[in-house]
Design a protein around this ligand. Structure first.
Ligand code: G6P
Length: 611
């Protein structure tokens, strides 16, 4: 995710753009850039945050009445000045800021390189800028024609703002997949990734639709489709406060991130699953997949929620790849003199890519000769830089301290890895491989459905908001989910909660159960279903209050449990991805009702860079 702001009018553009970019920093903050037009273009770019860009820009008196800026969350190419946006085409006629991923950029790049065009950055955006320039020159076209033609050759997602230096009385904007909104002013117009940079200037906005192209002048606005058909702009009145828009209408970042999971998971497998579901291609593992498939042991190291994802990884790798797995707290692993044999694989899982203990575990494993693979969300962070290979989750920035979409996207990557290795080893047949991939592709839609329990979760939260303790139980794939549910509750609502393997309850936690003890049983229909029914009976016999997470239409547990929350049916491999959703919602609502600071819970941090 990246943030984009553009301005055209009579005011100095620089301040408007910099202020707007600061409001969009939640979308990414690894590098930033600004282009201003005043007869000639001037471009400022730097690694770091918008305040670093501002410092740089403030050293120059240059300003203009047309401009655009970008705050980046790196996908292609590490965060540095060269890869920061705006990207400029090879002849300098087109200046581009982009949010999204051009999926066929490698093919397009090869084609352009074949025509002698040289590239300066590693970005997919520069490929697009050069493609536009190329067709502009070759076809002797107008800027609008060149942009339209180029976009017809592009696959993937984009929110784009483009300046053509030869037609500098207008901004071009185009949207597919990534959001863009135009602010309609009086003698001035704005464009941005969301309305926060716009609201203080105008309340009148036009939300671009996919495949729209806008030609924005200071007092004229033309909207067309990518097929050059004219469309009537639909102007809407904004009715939102800045704070609300920042969170896209959600009350908290955590809530927004819970509801973003269908999109986040889709982004995680997008471009990695073959369109006919016959295969998975994890580009980042290309060179190590063979070694991974021959390894005798996988050691997963992580902290917090990422460690819970790792536990699910254990079930996935052992079942689908038939490789023994150990899951280690990074903080324990690094101080234990662990036994790592040649050929063992170490997988480090970390949303931030900066967690100090996980980073230290990576260095230790490398020192002992292991191949180290990373599963991280933040591109260019320390762990991906240390590891031999890896896969990014592409969940987008996670701002709420309690991790939600990072967990489900990490599990998505682990599942893809396990399936790909299992298939390579011949453990999974072609047909089963395809069945698993088809189910994976259906998961975002099923999560949408699972999110429909939101209102019921709120009602349950009202009943249980004053509890002091809670027990979370699950078996098999659902045991790590129970642990994750308990962690979510304790970290944001400060209620003591424990996650336990359901059968292990008999060896201790059962002593805690009485009529005041809420017991959340994760009991969707999978391989352990029959067994967990017995555990529910044991809780009920001791008058515990059972909240069961069940598969849609489960009449058996419905009769036994005090309350149920339903999720759609899926294959066992994906049961955790669905079952965790009601648990996230339940803890979120309880924390809100208790008046807790959901996004910044006390004593916690998003990225723990001390050991
Ligand atoms: C902190 C965060 C957790 C996160 C853990 C590991 O404790 O509050 O949400 O799960 O760190 O972070 P990582 O970035 O390595 O996944």
């Amino acid at each position: 995710m990246c943030g984009i702001v553009g301005y055209i009018g009579s005011k100095p553009a620089r301040e408007i753009i910099l202020t707007g970019l600061k409001r969009l920093e939640y979308r990414g903050y690894d590098s930033a850039g600004l282009a201003l037009m005043n007869g000639e273009p001037r471009i400022f770019k730097c690694k770091g945050r918008v305040k670093d860009l501002e410092e740089m820009v403030n050293k120059s008196p240059f300003d203009g009445n047309i401009g655009m800026g970008h705050t980046r969350w790196a996908t292609h190419g590490e965060p540095n000045e060269l890869n920061a946006h705006p990207q400029v085409s090879f002849k300098g006629n087109f200046i581009v800021v982009h949010n999204g991923i051009i999926e066929n950029y490698l093919r397009l790049k090869k084609h352009l390189e074949g025509r002698g065009i040289e590239f300066k950055s590693q970005t997919d955006t520069e490929v697009l800028a050069n493609l536009i320039e190329h067709v502009y020159i070759e076809g002797d076209l107008t800027a609008e024609q060149a942009i339209t033609l180029a976009l017809n050759r592009v696959e993937g997602a984009y929110g784009l703002v483009i300046i053509c230096t030869k037609e500098a009385d207008r901004l071009f904007a185009a949207k597919k997949g990534s959001p863009l909104v135009i602010g309609v002013g009086d003698g001035e117009n704005f464009i941005a990734s969301d309305a926060t940079p716009i609201v203080e200037y105008t309340q009148r906005v036009i939300y671009l639709n996919d495949d729209d192209i806008a030609i924005i002048k200071k007092d004229e606005l033309i909207l067309k489709t990518i097929r050059s058909e004219r469309i009537k702009p639909e102007v809407k009145e904004l009715d939102l406060k800045i704070g609300e828009i920042d969170k896209e209408g959600f009350a908290h970042f955590m809530q927004k991130e819970i509801f973003e999971q269908p999109r986040a998971i889709h982004d995680t497998f997008r471009g990695r699953v073959l369109p006919d579901h016959s295969g998975i291609m994890l580009g980042g593992l290309h060179n190590v997949l063979e070694t991974m498939s021959q390894s005798e042991k996988i050691i997963i190291v992580a902290c917090g929620t990422s460690w819970h994802a790792g536990l699910l990884g254990e079930y996935l790798f052992e079942e689908y790849s038939r490789i023994p797995v150990e899951v280690e707290y990074a903080s324990e692993f690094r101080y234990r003199n662990p036994i790592i044999n040649k050929g063992d694989i170490v997988i480090a899982i970390s949303q931030s890519g900066e967690t100090a203990d996980t980073l230290a575990a990576v260095k230790l494993a490398k020192g002992k000769g292991a191949k180290v693979i990373g599963i991280c969300n933040v591109v260019g962070s320390s762990i991906p830089r240390e590891t031999d290979a890896g896969v990014y989750t592409h969940a987008g920035p996670e701002i709420g301290v309690a991790s939600t979409k990072a967990f489900t996207t990490q599990v998505t990557v682990l599942a893809m890895m396990a399936f790909e290795i299992g298939h390579l080893k011949g453990i999974i047949s072609d047909d089963y491989y395809r069945e698993l991939i088809t189910e994976l592709v259906s998961i975002p839609g099923k999560i949408e459905k699972a999110l429909e329990v939101n209102d019921q979760a709120l009602e349950l939260a009202k009943i249980f908001q004053d509890t002091h303790n809670a027990l979370y139980l699950g078996r098999g794939y659902l045991f790590p989910v129970a642990m994750e549910g308990a962690l979510k509750l304790k970290e944001i609502s400060y209620i003591h909660a424990e996650g336990y393997p359901a059968a292990e309850m008999k060896h201790g936690p059962i002593a805690l159960i009485d009529e005041n003890m809420p017991v959340v049983v994760v009991a969707t229909r999978d391989d352990t279903y029959d067994k967990i029914i017995n555990n529910i009976q044991e809780i009920k016999a001791r008058k515990g209050k059972v909240i069961a997470i069940v598969t849609e239409g489960d009449e058996i547990i419905k009769k036994m449990a005090d309350y149920i929350l339903e999720v759609p049916e899926t294959l066992t491999a994906f049961s955790g991805l669905l079952a965790v959703i009601p648990l996230q919602l339940l803890s979120y609502h309880i924390a809100v009702l208790r008046g807790c600071n959901v996004d910044q819970p006390r004593n916690l941090a998003k990225s723990v860079t001390v050991e």
